[in-house]
Design a protein around this ligand. Structure first.
Ligand SMILES: [Zn+2]
Length: 95
């Protein structure tokens, strides 16, 4: 899946790029932010509430919604935290 593109940076931009942490992830997020008006969610609004997040299910066979999950599919630990939070909310009846 990954496509590798090289970019030319000057001294200032290379210094600033060090603040982003994961530069590729930051670039992906900025591209989605810039062009989000041209993108559609992977799921219809009525179905967009995965684990009470209000987001598309990130595990769809057709891919992960870039608008809901700009950093990509949440990893196992992140999914477990979302699941646990959702379960706690269900038990507490706070939803
Ligand atoms: Zn979405």
């Amino acid at each position: 899946m990954p496509y590798v593109k090289s970019v030319s940076l000057d001294e200032l931009s290379v210094e600033l790029s060090k603040r982003t942490g994961n530069f590729s992830q930051w670039i992906r997020g900025k591209l989605i932010e810039e062009f989000s008006g041209d993108l559609d969610h992977m799921m219809g609004v009525d179905f967009r509430d995965w684990l009470g997040t209000g987001k598309c299910n990130p595990m769809l066979a057709k891919g992960c919604c870039p608008l809901c999950w700009p950093a990509g599919v949440p990893n196992g630990k992140e999914r477990k935290e979302l699941f646990d939070d959702h379960q706690a909310g269900e038990r507490g009846g706070s939803k």
